[in-house]
Structures are given as C-alpha cells and as structure tokens.
Write a new protein. Structure first.
Length: 159
C-alpha cells in the first residue's frame, strides 16, 4: 500500500472479537501500525510508545490501531499487560497484511519465512493513505510520527 491507496473499511476483529471498521471512528484520521508479534521486545516498545502518546494523537484527531497476525486472545493478553488504550486487530489469515503489502519474505539467522514487515500508515478519515513509515524506530515510533506530522503542520506545540 502506498500514498493515495485506500485501506479497507473492515480491518478485522479486535481483542474482544468485535469488528473494527474505519467508519466506526467518525471523522477521525488514522495511524494504523503493523507489527510482527505481541509481547516481543520491539513490538512492546512500539506499542508502549503509542500508548504513552495516545492522548496527544487523540487531541490531534487520530485514532491509533495496531495490527498483527496474532490471535484475539494473544492481543487481549498483550493489551491488558501493557494497558493499551487502542484496538489491536487480529489478522490471523493475513488478509489485511497482504492488502497493505506488509506480508513479505523475511530473512533471519540464515532462514527465510513469510512475516509482517513493521510498517506504519497514516490515513485520512476516508482511509486514504497520506504517509507511510517503512523504517519504524520502535522505541520512539510516536516521536517519529510527530516529526512527520509536524512537517505537515498537524502538531500543535501546546499539546
């Protein structure tokens, strides 16, 4: 998925088994981040970065949504343990990951496998992608987005 492409309205189910649709968040812009696996060090750091800055993203008019291949039950444990205030979508069949282009061949320790390439998409209220971050800095994922959005004039220094 690239700038100008549109995210599907139905993203999948959250940690409580409820469908997550972009249209359910009236007039919100979106930060949709794809991450490889719940409760791993990098993915936890990224989620915590978004959690700690969630209120500011909300003031800016953004809804944060995390997506991985993990199950609803795994997402529930992860969200509860880390006190995540935003939905995590369980894309267990990788439909959304494939549509977004983040389900790719990866290499680690000499082996190849299919997996999620950590990527963040910023979208308008209608789901149109306005920005893509392909090299996510896990510990400062939120700051990375603030810098990007500040360049567009989306950040109020009083937040």
């Amino acid at each position: 998925m690239n700038i100008g492409d549109k995210m599907p309205d139905l993203l999948g189910k959250d940690s409580n088994g409820k469908e997550v649709r972009l249209s359910d968040f009236s007039c919100k812009k979106f930060i949709i981040y794809f991450y490889p696996k719940d409760s791993t060090p990098g993915c936890t750091a990224e989620a915590v970065s978004f959690r700690d800055n969630y209120e500011t993203f909300q003031k800016m008019g953004y809804q944060v949504i995390g997506v991985s291949k993990d199950s609803e039950a795994s997402h529930k444990r992860f969200a509860e343990k880390q006190n995540l205030p935003f939905p995590l979508v369980a894309d267990t069949d990788t439909t959304l990951c494939q549509a977004a282009g983040v389900w790719q061949l990866k290499k680690m320790a000499g082996r190849e496998y299919m997996g999620i390439v950590r990527t963040t998409f910023v979208c308008n209220p209608d789901g149109t992608v306005t920005d893509v971050v392909r090299k996510v800095e896990t510990k400062c994922a939120a700051d990375q987005l603030f810098k990007l959005l500040d360049g567009r004039g989306d950040v109020n220094p009083e937040w």
